[in-house]
Design a protein around this ligand. Structure first.
Ligand SMILES: NC(=O)c1ccc[n+]([C@@H]2O[C@H](COP(=O)([O-])OP(=O)(O)OC[C@H]3O[C@@H](n4cnc5c(N)ncnc54)[C@H](OP(=O)(O)O)[C@@H]3O)[C@@H](O)[C@H]2O)c1
Length: 275
């Protein structure tokens, strides 16, 4: 697969940091040219210059807020105007929110759904016709370990990632005999700025985590094996099996241990007694 993709173009969303930056690095080292998309143009320009110097990668940087419903199409129109054909789409941009219902900002939650769900769906559906016409193409969707179960205090995020997993698996089944591979990668805790942005600073330091290069290598291995999904790390994979055999009630109850806000920190929450 990588031989076929060398010198072809990949579109990586959320390429300004974390997993997206690492996807870009590993794709460049495999000889692919890159369209980098996120909001922070300066970070992507820096990465593009570095990858060009290291690997001779041709990079196009497009700054876009993909939670804006007009932006996915605008990004693809720009790519078409530059006469670039995308052979690999890495739908990675996303964020999470940790917090108790009532305290979580509704607008920010809707923004998360537009980014994690709508933009991913739109980019996929808009690029698929071209891939189908050519009879080849690959799509890697970044889901999460949280896709396998409801997660209390992170409900919308976990549901958005369940969407990504189910959508990807359905597409995988529909498209595998038509030359197109769709794989979902479901990382557990990974060392990025994700938890700081989600409002759970310090969480990463207290839990076992994987480095980004490990997760990205596993993701590409699964993609090249044309796997439906992958869960990097055997402990995380075991967790997904446990979730399948435990009762749904038990599973969601267990999830409260992770993100339940500490009452002492927020006087407004003291009034509601945790069960
Ligand atoms: N880290 C983990 O433990 C973990 C676990 C499971 C799944 N994931 C998933 O991995 C993916 C990457 O996250 P990460 O861990 O690498 O976190 P990260 O370092 O915070 O990266 C998030 C990326 O998404 C981009 N992004 C955020 N909002 C955007 C918007 N409105 N429009 C365009 N781009 C936007 C960010 O760029 P800008 O800020 O420049 O826009 C950044 O490049 C996410 O889908 C996340 O849900 C992470």
């Amino acid at each position: 697969m990588w031989k076929l993709l060398a010198n072809q173009w990949a579109l990586v969303t959320g390429a300004s940091s974390g997993l997206g930056e690492e996807f870009a690095r590993q794709l460049a080292s495999r000889g692919m040219h890159l369209v980098l998309v996120a909001r922070r143009q300066d970070m992507m320009e820096k990465l593009a210059a570095e990858l060009h110097l290291q690997h001779g990668t041709r990079c196009q940087v497009i700054s876009a807020d993909l939670s804006d419903p007009a932006e996915p199409k605008r990004v693809l129109d720009e790519i078409a105007a530059r006469e670039i054909t995308i052979e690999l789409l890495v739908n990675n941009a996303g964020f999470g929110i940790v917090g108790e219902v009532g305290n979580v900002d509704l607008d920010r939650s809707l923004e998360m759904i537009r980014l994690n769900v709508s933009a991913l769906t739109e980019l996929t559906y808009r690029l698929l016709p071209g891939m189908l016409e050519r009879g080849r193409g690959a799509i890697l969707n970044v889901s999460s370990l949280s896709a396998f179960q409801p997660v209390a205090y992170m409900g919308v995020y976990a549901a958005s990632k369940a969407f990504v997993l189910h959508f990807s698996e359905a597409l995988h089944c529909e498209l595998k005999d038509r030359g197109i591979t769709v794989t979902a990668v479901c990382p557990g805790v990974t060392r990025t700025s994700f938890f700081d942005i989600a409002g759970a600073s310090g969480w990463l330091q207290k839990h076992a985590s994987h480095p980004v290069d490990f997760v990205v290598k596993r993701a590409f291995k699964a993609l090249s094996r044309r796997q439906q999904y992958t869960v990097p790390g055997w402990r995380n994979y075991l967790l997904t099996l446990l979730v399948r055999i435990a009762s749904r009630r038990r599973v969601v109850k267990e999830s409260t241990r992770f993100f339940r806000p500490r009452r002492k920190e927020d006087p407004a929450l003291k009034a509601t007694k945790p069960r």
